[in-house]
Design a protein around this ligand. Sequence first.
Ligand code: GNR
Ligand code: NI
Length: 169
Amino acid sequence: MSVLSILEFPDPRLRTRAEPVSVFDARLEQLVADMFETMYAANGVGLAATQVNVHQRVLVADMSDDRKQPLALINAQIVEKEGSQVYQEGCLSFPGLYADVTRALRVKVKAQDVHGKDIVVEAEGPLAVCIQHELDHLEGKVFVDYLSSLKRTLLLKRLDKQRKQAASA
Ligand code: GNR
Ligand code: NI
């Protein structure tokens, strides 16, 4: 297993749309294992393959407190969504940046597991946020896309400033 490096904004590769997975082999299992290791090492609750520069529809998540409830979804698609919630999001591709985003409260997702078996996941609250956030990555979309341009500009300037300060420290 290995920890992969995570693409950071404004890397244009974060805008790539992922392709469906059609082959469920040892290579896919290795990718999923590496994505879990990368996510846990970065203290993230989710990770999309896009963020590790693999443009296939693969996401992992673990919202549990004990970090022992790994969820890997291949070719996931939202088939039902309901309600709305505002949640303060962060993203491993935008270290240090947090912003409120409005998303569906509940989602029903059809996907495959790492072996290609069809699965249905119903999620609510934070896990529903995480799944929607990861599915966006697979479409080349990131959470700051939901902010007003004024707010986005302000937050991205702040992020830039933090990076410059970190680089000169
Ligand atoms: O680790 C993460 N935390 C998080 C917090 C609120 C909403 C979404 C997330 S996902 C993020 C990891 C990440 O960047 N996944 O793409
Ligand atoms: Ni993210």
